[in-house]
Design a protein. Sequence first.
Length: 487
Amino acid sequence: MNTIIRGVLLALLVVGEPSQAQDSEFDLDALVDRVVAAYGGDALAGMRNVEIIEAYIGPNLGQSWAPELSDLSKNNFRFVHDIENERAYFESYFKARGGIFPNMIIVNGDEAWNVNLVIGRYGEANSADPYTFGGGTMRTTDTLLARQLHSAREEAEYLGPTSWMNRPHELVKIPFPLSPDLTLYIDAESHLVTRMTRENPQLGALDYVFGEHVAVDGLMAATRVYFSVAGDPNLIGTGRTVRFNRDLDTALFELPDGLAPEAERIDTSEMIVNRLASNVYHIGQNGGYSIFVDTGNEVVGCGGYPDLRGRLAKFQDAIGSHKRLAYQVVTHHHNDHLGGIDEALSMGATLVTVEDTVDVIRDTSQLEPESGRFLTVNDRMTLGDGSSRVELYDVATVHSRSNLLFYVPSTRTLFMADHFGSPYAEGVPAANRNTVSMAEALEPLDINYSRIVTAHNARVYTARDFERSVESFRDFDCPDDRPLCSR
Ligand SMILES: [Zn+2]
């Protein structure tokens, strides 16, 4: 089937209602040619390299200090893709109340490294494919969407005409590596891309809006970009520089001087089962872990991520008993710690948390839990009794107004979320402002813990690891030669 007819059929299927697309066969190939011409013709089709430097501000969605107010964070990115020489460079800074979190990835042919600027170390990157780390920056760059339309024109689908910002547009769907398909809004007169949408199965519609296109290096590029999730602005562009086909500095694609190799990372691709006592286990995979305690008649758990059932089943196998999960403790209101809540509810568990978090759970749960399904902690609470009891402490830190600490006195084990940890098998984890704030909150509680396990890390830490981490804290200073960091 040729592209034009396929385009018309899809327009009928997708748009659903009679539209002008049915009246005549739409020449999608001609439209793609016009887009390529509008963006620079051969300069687009034969692009040798691209550099994108962009700065955003946006709400810290689902990660605010207190549930009733979204606070703001900054995201600064630099992505250089040397297409002709198969090299790539990615540098990013996430700045929020916990501090500055830098990230760097360098790809040079078959070699790919990630660089941790906080601890001055490097390791092998997970992938040498620029789309795995640069895909987000490519999608916020209309010129690269036009280039993708050109290179994927055989698979492009015409969806029909539409109006956007009161101007006639054409809708074209294209594939994009490692992403759901993209729908481009192409201005019917200028043939520039002014909007792109794609669908995230969890979050809903993702929208990219492009404006104030300018000519640069013989191509066109938008200078104003913002990104929305389900209709709400999520990343608002505050500055943007795009360059094409310039002479690139070879040193950019080499490891910076003065770095040491990183320590071995714990392989978390399979479920990790840490036995802390015959009735206490820390269990999880990748970036999500729970602690479970058999208090005698029932099980108390903490640490919410999808597949709570899978982790609980591992615990039940380990202790050789299928006692039910009676209580699931929810550490705080952040969205990444509310996974598995519906699993806990459907297993009949009572959710144990603070009042603020109850409201957030009601908003996110599909099961509309009744009041009786919650047990609210006011400062402190004990679950179970005697030597197998669990103690809960509510503390405020810079990370969240409320954090429930889960302490098992019989094994002197403390479970916490989001304040401490690293992916490495040994060494002292680098502290950030959250870590220091937690140390200050722990001090007056006088908890006699000797071990710490966390919601995001596979390792069992000692109290000394935590102390040394806090002692060695210093705020990350932006290096003088990295202006993107200080923006
Ligand atoms: Zn958090």
